[in-house]
Design a protein around this ligand. Structure first.
Ligand code: NAD
Length: 426
């Protein structure tokens, strides 16, 4: 049976996020010989909500913004996923990201389905008051479909701890009781978790250490190139440096710096805070930011944005291991090229799952009303990341597929199993 929803959404383009996710999903489903009924269920989200958000602007007029919340699947638990604010948010993108969350939570085996949300707006042109009003109205508009047992939002592009605090407060006002577990990524004082802000970068460290171990490589002999020196890349750089690895280059949107003897990420961060850019850092030389991606290195960490490794540049990648800190940094076409080159890719749905894992810990702590120390958080994160790495790599070896395909197959298998156990389509 043709599926109008899916067929309409599929306009094949290398950098289309929906297409990118779907092509990996289709491939994994084929290799798994997935039950056609489950295949049909999983190709579509469970629920999509579009809201029109009237917002009082500072000059006294009302603007109506479009917001989305997509819940891809609930088979393994409540939906989980971020909310982004950006002018180019589309329903197609939010759909893809929601499905991505289903697979990511299944890969690390935490009890969530996938969700994602977004508002089409330009937060850089809005005041704090406008951002607060748009967030509160959006929360009220989607209130029936979110909640600790339904769907638990988190920060994503251009949203942060403050946004989560406003969502938590608005939800709690409507429920007439404080419900901290409705969102994760909150400030520590409002039920946030220790270790959350560094969790994604720390997860990248744990899986990279596993990959080095697999190839009998010593951290002290390992060179690393980091693209994107933000939350994920910045923490990954600092923690990898601390683990003894040599960060030979850091690439940002406005420049790149290189030092064959290693860059101190803490000093680089201080320089950027003082000057507004990584350029001009005294501990390194400036190099071309496009070329920096192709530097020979042991580990490349793309931690900036999607589609940076594509069919036109993948052949020039000289890294032995790629640890995908960002979501979707590699296109499906580039996958094939990297596989032919023998690059060991730690795919995004595994490599950057440290963030959602500590979000899960935050939700557990909120529901327990009992908070863990950072050592406990980091230790439990390590256990989950190491187990997930082993699950994916052994699955890849057993089925003779590359790691990304194995991660999708493993995730699909787990979600399909949950659907069968629940008898959702019986
Ligand atoms: P961020 O905004 O803190 O950092 C991104 C950094 O990349 C910024 O410093 C930005 O200047 C830089 N950048 C942007 N475009 C670039 C380009 N073309 N070349 C080089 N640098 C560029 O964002 P983040 O939270 O670190 O997220 C980065 C990626 O990781 C995104 O894909 C995000 O979806 C993904 N991710 C983040 C988390 C998390 O917990 N923060 C979890 C999972 C996945």
């Amino acid at each position: 049976m043709p599926n109008a929803f899916v067929d309409d959404a599929r306009n094949f383009k290398e950098d289309n996020p929906f297409e990118s996710m779907m092509s990996r999903f289709d491939n994994a489903a084929k290799l798994l010989d997935l039950d056609p009924n489950i295949y049909r269920i999983l190709r579509c989200p469970t629920r999509e909500m579009t809201v029109y958000i009237p917002t009082l602007m500072d000059d006294g007029h009302y603007e109506v913004f479009v917001g989305y919340r997509v819940q891809h699947n609930f088979a393994r638990g409540p939906a989980k996923g971020g909310i982004r604010y950006a002018p180019d948010v589309t329903l197609d993108e939010v759909r893809a990201l929601a499905a991505w969350m289903t697979w990511k939570c299944a890969v690390v085996n935490i009890p969530y389905g996938g969700g994602k949300g977004g508002i089409v707006c330009d937060p850089h042109k809005m005041s704090q008051g406008e951002l607060e009003r748009i967030t509160r109205r959006y929360t009220a508009d989607i209130i029936e479909i979110i909640g600790p047992e339904r769907d638990v939002p988190a920060p994503d592009m251009n949203t942060n701890e403050q946004t989560m605090a406003w969502i938590m407060d608005t939800y709690s006002m409507h429920k007439r009781t404080t419900v901290t577990a409705v969102v994760t990524g909150k400030p520590l004082d409002l039920g946030g978790s220790r270790g959350r802000s560094a969790a994604t970068g720390r997860g990248c460290l744990f899986v990279t250490l596993q990959a080095l171990r697999k190839f009998h490589m010593e951290p002290s002999q390992t060179t690393v190139v980091i693209q994107g020196f933000g939350n994920v890349g910045g923490h990954a750089a600092r923690l990898m440096h601390k683990a003894g690895m040599k960060i030979i280059a850091v690439i940002e949107y406005d420049g790149a710096v290189y030092n064959a003897n290693g860059i101190d990420p803490v000093a680089l961060d201080a320089h950027r805070k003082a000057t507004g850019s990584i350029s001009g850092f005294p501990g390194a030389e400036e190099i071309d930011r496009e070329e920096a991606l192709f530097l020979p290195c042991d580990v490349l960490v793309p931690a900036a944005r999607e589609n940076v490794i594509h069919s036109r540049n993948a052949a020039r990648i000289s890294a032995r291991i790629i640890c995908e800190g960002a979501n979707g940094p590699t296109t499906a076409e580039a996958d094939r090229i990297l596989q032919q080159k023998g690059v060991f890719v730690i795919p995004d749905i595994l490599a950057n799952a440290g963030g959602v894992t500590v979000s899960y810990f935050e939700w557990v702590q909120d529901r327990q009303g009992f908070f863990w120390n950072e050592q406990l958080v980091n230790g439990r994160l390590e256990e989950i990341m190491v187990n997930a790495f082993r699950d994916v790599v052994s699955y890849a070896e057993r089925h003779n597929v590359h790691n990304r395909c194995a991660a999708y197959m493993l995730a699909l298998d787990r979600v399909a199993f949950a659907i069968k156990l629940r008898g959702i389509y019986a």
